[in-house]
Design a binder for this molecule. Sequence first.
Ligand SMILES: Cc1cc2nc3c(=O)[nH]c(=O)nc-3n(C[C@H](O)[C@H](O)[C@H](O)COP(=O)(O)OP(=O)(O)OC[C@H]3O[C@@H](n4cnc5c(N)ncnc54)[C@H](O)[C@@H]3O)c2cc1C
Length: 291
Amino acid sequence: MFPAAFDYRAPATLNDALGLLAERGDDAKVMAGGQSLIPLLKLRFAQPQLIVDIGRIPGLADVKRDDGHVRIGALVRHVDVERSKDLAKLVPLMVEAVHWIADPLVRNRGTVVGSVCHADPSGDWGSIMLALNAELVAQSTKGERVIPIDGFFEGPFTTTLRSDEIATAIRIPLPSGSAGGSYHKLERKVGDFATVAVSVQVELDGHKVKKAGIGMTSVGATNLKAKQAEKALIGHELKDDVIAEAAKLAAAESEPKDDIRGTAAYKKDMVRVFVQRGLKAALARAQEVRA
Ligand SMILES: Cc1cc2nc3c(=O)[nH]c(=O)nc-3n(C[C@H](O)[C@H](O)[C@H](O)COP(=O)(O)OP(=O)(O)OC[C@H]3O[C@@H](n4cnc5c(N)ncnc54)[C@H](O)[C@@H]3O)c2cc1C
């Protein structure tokens, strides 16, 4: 199918892009890599009158350290994560997970921030960012605001981002102690969206968990944060009984539905299995970092 007619602008500066959004509001749509937006236009699920392509705006394609965080600009593509030596050192979970996303063609154009803004409950980056306790940096003509990822997803394909805002970056807090993460994804074939996936990040203080993040993919109306399971880990050593209890809590917090990929009961059990495996892998990596 062909998209409905739309105007196309590719502003050369962020200010010009923000000006267009302020003027056109709900009639306009931001485009980054276009890997999700273009299919939506073709299917006519989205029919904006104006596309604001941010792909030529300078200064949005960097990964840099920034005040205790790593800042990933809005034009950092999946493939840039794959190749980033800085991210491999600073946020290894992202580099492990990126291979699970789509295929090389999509990874060459799609962006991390675009993926989070797209808010697909089956998207992988959303749950990874929930585990990492990331925050979005949003800019409009009225100024900048920082939005914690927890609460950013309002529903399927819906976020708290306003129509006059551009997410210019996502910021991930850097751990102060030894930390490790893992991403486990069940998919029907390579490049597919998840049947279930679980992202885990732990930070240790000695042998005990200081911070824990667990994000879940494809088991709810949005990517979900397993808050009860995270809470059950804090202050404890990651022994088998603690891990098993957290895995049980995360499964209880997931809200999957029966569909062609599997039954809700099966998906809940996969959450339990992946949280267990994920925590064990994350612990091993955190211990490697310390060694
Ligand atoms: C065949 C195929 C397989 C895929 N498989 C997977 C998969 O396994 N896992 C997965 O996670 N994803 C998958 N995807 C989605 C892919 O990762 C997209 O790249 C990603 O969802 C969107 O990034 P983008 O830069 O292309 O965003 P776009 O398509 O340009 O935009 C997506 C949405 O986000 C908004 N947006 C984008 N950037 C911004 C910004 N900076 N500020 C405000 N709003 C913004 C747009 O307005 C639009 O609504 C797949 C896509 C395809 C086509």
